[in-house]
Design a protein around this ligand. Structure first.
Ligand SMILES: [Zn+2]
Length: 380
């Protein structure tokens, strides 16, 4: 008997999205409105033209192509009202496909062009999330990102910092900014429970996680949760550093963990470490194809990871740039990789088990969604 799993069914199921970038998930119409308000020049001023300029497809040639869109989205995200609106709308969009819990991430340093403080920037996003939660049946959390690489062009604050700290090279400046970001995150988390985690984003290749040891020490001492982008543009060694030096509780992508798998399961490997310790991989299949981490969905190791019972959570990465929802991601697994209802149920539950909420809240949420998931999947 063949099972029918429609996109509609997947949309109706309670879901998580734990790896989603604020600056990669705006609405096209909002970019146009904000650009108009702030007199910012866009590559196109209509939805169709802007979509062509920002949204990539599976023929995207490289990570560079993929990252170009952020130059545009970041330009319109430099005020408190723009950040509040973007956060609200992202949670609203997710709630429309029954995402019940979402962890949004962003790097505050990328929003300092108007010299807003990191606290002000983070607060704006928190406010947007809180406004959405009052209206929709969604819970949200915030992951604050430090950036692996320093680019003086990203903001006025970066340029000024580079001018003032003339003896620091770019790598030292990146490390310093990540440390400052981590300190602000810890300080704010004492009063604002929405701030629950820290991540390292940006260019993975050539910018090893271990260089950011001090930022992660700050986060560990502040008892926040940790996820690290790793195993996307660089191999398993990057993931090894993320657990060894950064104490990662989850990994962003982790696609190339597959390279550490050996035939003999009894041999201790990084692959087995992830499996045994139940460290979740935030899997973003479409993004991985578009950035050429893998060549096609058939080449993606997700099926292997799933069969090996690694803990996975299905995520979008960038909803605007990839033009996807998390329901779309599940639908691809069903239609192109043959995932069945029971597999979808397992993945959904893995998602809720992997969230950074405090234990009781996580448990309550799981108890709320499991009967709903089973009812929707098996009642017909
Ligand atoms: Zn990401």
């Amino acid at each position: 008997m063949t099972e029918e799993i429609s996109l509609e069914l997947l949309k109706s199921l309670p879901k998580t999205d734990l790896h989603v970038h604020l600056d990669g998930s705006l609405r096209l119409g909002t970019i146009i409105n904000l650009a108009d308000r702030y007199r910012i020049k866009l590559p196109a001023n209509d939805i169709a033209g802007l979509s062509k300029a920002l949204v990539v497809d599976d023929n995207c040639n490289s990570l560079v192509d993929y990252l170009r869109a952020f130059d545009v989205t970041l330009k319109v995200l430099q005020t408190d009202e723009a950040l509040e609106m973007a956060a609200f709308e992202l949670a609203e969009d997710a709630a429309q496909e029954n995402v019940r819990y979402m962890e949004i991430r962003f790097a505050p340093i990328l929003h300092t062009n108007n010299m807003m403080s990191l606290e002000q920037i983070i607060n704006s996003v928190v406010e947007g999330l809180k406004r959405a939660e009052k209206i929709y049946n969604i819970k949200t959390g915030l992951i604050i990102c430090g950036m692996r690489h320093f680019n003086s062009d990203v903001s006025l604050m970066s340029r000024r910092l580079q001018d003032r700290l003339s003896t620091y090279n770019e790598q030292e400046l990146a490390e310093l900014l990540a440390l400052e970001t981590a300190k602000v995150a810890v300080k704010m988390s004492k009063k604002e429970p929405k701030i629950m985690g820290f991540d390292l984003a940006g260019a993975e290749n050539g910018y090893p996680a271990k260089d950011f040891y001090r930022a992660f020490q700050e986060i560990i001492s502040g008892h926040l949760s940790i996820t690290v982008h790793a195993g996307e543009a660089y191999g398993p060694d990057s993931m090894d550093q993320a657990v060894k030096y950064c104490h990662a509780h989850r990994i962003g992508h982790g696609t190339r963990l597959i390279e550490s798998k050996v035939d003999d399961e009894s041999v201790p490997t990084l692959y087995r470490y992830f499996k045994d310790k139940r460290i979740p991989l935030e899997v973003c299949v479409t993004s991985n194809i578009q950035t050429r981490t893998v060549n096609s969905i058939q080449d993606h190791p997700i099926k292997k990871f799933f069969e090996d019972r690694l803990r996975l959570t299905i995520c979008t990465d960038n909803r605007l740039i990839s033009n996807i929802t998390v329901s779309d991601e599940y639908y691809k697994l069903v239609t192109q990789l043959g995932f069945k209802k029971q597999d979808i149920e397992t993945l959904l539950i893995y998602g809720f088990e992997s969230i950074f909420l405090p234990y009781e809240q996580r448990k309550n949420l799981l108890e709320e969604v499991i009967p709903e998931i089973q009812q929707l999947l098996y009642s017909k």
